[in-house]
Write a protein that binds this ligand. Structure first.
Ligand SMILES: [Zn+2]
Length: 229
C-alpha cells in the first residue's frame, strides 16, 4: 500500500515536470507561459515564490518532486517518502488542491486552521486516522460519518457555580449599578462564581442577579462615577 502511494506521488511529480516542459517565452518575450495538462503550474510558482524568470532558475524532475513535497506540507521529498501510509493518503488529498481544473490551496489552509481549533477544543492531538478522515471531509467534501463525533461537536459549555456567600457586613459598601440589567445594589451583594470543579483562583465577581443576569465585574459601575459625582 505504501509503495503504491509513493509510486502515485512519483507519477504526480512526473506530471508536474511534464507541465513544466510546456514552458515557452510569451510572444511579447517578457514572461514564460505554460500550457499544462495536470497542474496549474503558473499559479503554483506564484504561490510558492518560485521565479521562473530568474537567471539561475532551473527545474528538473528532482525539483518537481521536492515541490510536490512542499505543496503537501513536507520539508522535502526525502521526508515525504518516509511518511506513514496514512500520512501519504493525506498528502494525496492535499495535492488534489493544485490541479488545473480544481486549484484551491486555501482549502488546505482552512483544513489546518480547523484542525488547530478542534484540537484546542478537544485538548488533544489527533491521530493520523482522524486527520485523514477530516481531510476527506474538509478538503474533498466527503461525508463525515467516519469522523469521531467529539471532533466536530462544539466544546462543552462551562458550568459555573456560586462559591462563597459574600460577607454582607463588610465596611462601607458602595452602591453599584449593573449596566447589563440596570439594577442597583451594594458592592457587598455581588456574587462570586467559578467554573464547576475549577480551583479557587478562577473565582470572578458578577452581578447580584446572576444567573438571571450575566453582568460581569466590569459591568458593575459605582453609581458615584455614573452620576459623575
Ligand atoms: Zn445585572
Amino acid at each position: 500500500m505504501k509503495e503504491n502511494n509513493i509510486e502515485y506521488l512519483k507519477k504526480k511529480a512526473k506530471n508536474l515536470y511534464q507541465d513544466y516542459k510546456t514552458r515557452k517565452l510569451s510572444d511579447a518575450g517578457d514572461i514564460y507561459e505554460y500550457s499544462p495538462k495536470y497542474y496549474d503550474i503558473t499559479q503554483i510558482f506564484l504561490d510558492f515564490d518560485i521565479f521562473d524568470d530568474a537567471p539561475d532558475f532551473e527545474f528538473s524532475l528532482m525539483k518537481a518532486q521536492h515541490l510536490i513535497a512542499k505543496l503537501v506540507d513536507f520539508n522535502s521529498w526525502a521526508e515525504l517518502i518516509k511518511a506513514s501510509d496514512t500520512q501519504l493518503e493525506i498528502a494525496k488529498i492535499k495535492l488534489g488542491c493544485f490541479t488545473l481544473d480544481n486549484y484551491d490551496p486555501s482549502k488546505i489552509e482552512d483544513y489546518e486552521f480547523f484542525m488547530g481549533e478542534a484540537e484546542d477544543n478537544a485538548g488533544t492531538v489527533f491521530d493520523d486516522e482522524t486527520r485523514l478522515e477530516l481531510a476527506k471531509y474538509y478538503i474533498k467534501g466527503e461525508g463525515q460519518e467516519n469522523i469521531p463525533v467529539n471532533v466536530l461537536a462544539d466544546p462543552e459549555p462551562i458550568v459555573y457555580e456560586e462559591v462563597i456567600a459574600k460577607d454582607k457586613t463588610a465596611d462601607q459598601p458602595v452602591m453599584l449599578e449593573c449596566i447589563h440589567c440596570g439594577e442597583r445594589f451594594l458592592s457587598n451583594e455581588t456574587k462570586l462564581i467559578k467554573p464547576k470543579g475549577a480551583p479557587n483562583t478562577e473565582i470572578v465577581e458578577v452581578c447580584k442577579h446572576w444567573p438571571e443576569c450575566d453582568g460581569q465585574f466590569w459591568d458593575l459601575i459605582p453609581v458615584k462615577i455614573m452620576d459623575g459625582k
